[in-house]
Write a protein of this length. Structure first.
Length: 449
């Protein structure tokens, strides 16, 4: 009876902690969510999300990414509306929810302190905040990646758990949704498959059911393979707007996006290098059997999950241009958790705790709630103001609004009418590109008219 009561009390404590961390992350993400005007990519998603489901699938499969986000946003717009805050609030909610699987994974790897630590690191991560303020797919990818990682680690350590089949279904579902959210997120199931093939411990723990799950994912993703191949031929050979990698320093710069400052990135990398050196010395020199603990295995697996995709993609980006921070946001969960492992592997517990608290303090000191102020934001707060000034000038002079074709885009159209009725009608035409056709020219005059 006493043991059962203690277990219930512990469960209530963890529910209270993760609820508090979720609320904290949500407040930080909603704080300045409506400061920036909608950008082109956000308007692209909002425009297509207003069409029918058939239109969304048909159009997005011909583009850069699969249609999962626009389908989800389609239902969200029906519930919350189409204002900038309403569009972005879905990303903010999904970003805050990522705290839940991260907390569970941190508790499994280390302790309650580790769970709180990784949750706070995520809540204060500048890239997480930036993408939570963007009505795009990336916050969803972060949540799915964290969920997939948690279930993979549980299956790796609980071979005979009673919920094993449920975990496998959840893992397969998370990985499949990742593939239907962004093509580069294929790194998540690929790394899991690679670890399963290379690590005997994982092969024994995961067994054949994991192989069956991978086969099921491949089968369910097969309908998109022709579109993936076409995407590789177009962007892979012709290139994208993203510049090619020019220097090896771009790799640590990518990590800076997650940690916010170069000295924080350096601190984490030094902790990882120190932990690896100590582990190698104890294993190779002292032949210490304590080097084969679950914590050491977690550290190696998690490091592979974020380091291999980044290093390989960085090398490929010298030829094909796609090495962009948001495209690799799915590595954030293993990256943050691996930092907890590095600190926990240091020889003295008080040193691990002190460095962990210091890392969180540095993230908090550098936290910027306004994503427009981040150095890589490139977000505009002038679009709505410029359109309003043009409309006021038109009313006062009697002249029509003149929009140069270069600026005739979704962002201008969104802010042209205060109730977004034109934007809504364009989004429901079921014809991609109609925002440049005669329906728009009923409202705009161009110099060629």
């Amino acid at each position: 009876m006493r043991k059962h009561r203690h277990k219930n009390s512990s469960r209530i404590t963890h529910i209270a902690l993760v609820s508090g961390l979720f609320v904290l992350a949500l407040v930080l993400r909603l704080w300045r969510i409506g400061v920036a005007d909608l950008g082109n990519d956000e308007c692209f998603s909002a425009y297509h999300a207003q069409g029918s489901i058939g239109f969304i699938v048909r159009t997005l499969l011909q583009g850069d990414n699969p249609p999962l986000w626009e389908l989800l946003l389609h239902g969200w717009i029906w519930i919350a509306g189409i204002s900038p805050v309403a569009l972005r609030s879905l990303s903010a909610l999904l970003s805050a929810l990522t705290v839940v699987p991260l907390y569970a994974a941190g508790r499994r790897i280390d302790s309650t302190a580790g769970a709180i630590g990784v949750s706070l690191l995520f809540a204060l991560s500048p890239l997480s905040l930036f993408l939570a303020h963007e009505a795009r797919v990336y916050s969803l990818l972060g949540l799915l990646s964290a969920t997939s990682m948690l279930l993979f680690l549980r299956l790796a350590e609980e071979k005979h758990c009673k919920h094993r089949k449920l975990y496998l279904v959840g893992l397969g579902t998370s990985n499949l949704l990742l593939l239907y959210g962004h093509y580069l997120a294929a790194w998540v199931p690929l790394m899991q498959a690679a670890l399963w093939l290379v690590v005997p411990r994982l092969r024994r723990a995961l067994g054949r059911p994991f192989a069956v799950m991978l086969a099921a994912i491949a089968l369910l993703f097969a309908p998109l393979l022709p579109f993936v191949w076409q995407r590789l031929l177009t962007s892979g050979l012709a290139g994208t707007w993203i510049p090619r990698s020019q220097s090896v320093m771009e790799l640590p710069q990518m990590l800076n996006f997650f940690w916010g400052r170069s000295y924080i990135t350096l601190l984490v990398l030094l902790a990882g290098a120190t932990a690896a050196a100590l582990w190698a010395w104890r294993w190779l020199v002292r032949r210490d059997s304590n080097t084969q603990t679950a914590l050491h295995h977690y550290a190696v697996w998690l490091t592979a999950m974020w380091a291999v995709p980044l290093v390989v993609s960085f090398a490929l980006s010298y030829r094909t241009r796609f090495f962009l921070n948001r495209y690799f946001y799915f590595v954030a969960p293993p990256l943050l958790l691996s930092a907890i492992c590095y600190l926990r592997m240091l020889p003295m517990r008080w040193l691990s705790m002190a460095l962990g608290c210091g890392l969180i303090a540095l993230m908090a000191i550098n936290f910027e709630p306004d994503s427009c102020q981040l150095p890589y934001a490139a977000r505009s707060t002038q679009t709505e103001r410029a359109v309003q000034q043009a409309m006021e000038l038109s009313r006062s002079t009697g002249y029509p609004v003149v929009v140069h074709p270069h600026w005739l885009n979704l962002r201008v159209i969104y802010y042209f009418d205060s109730d977004h009725s034109l934007f809504r009608s364009l989004g429901s035409t079921d014809s991609p590109g109609r925002y440049r056709d005669s329906q728009v020219l009923q409202h705009f005059r161009t110099p060629g008219d």
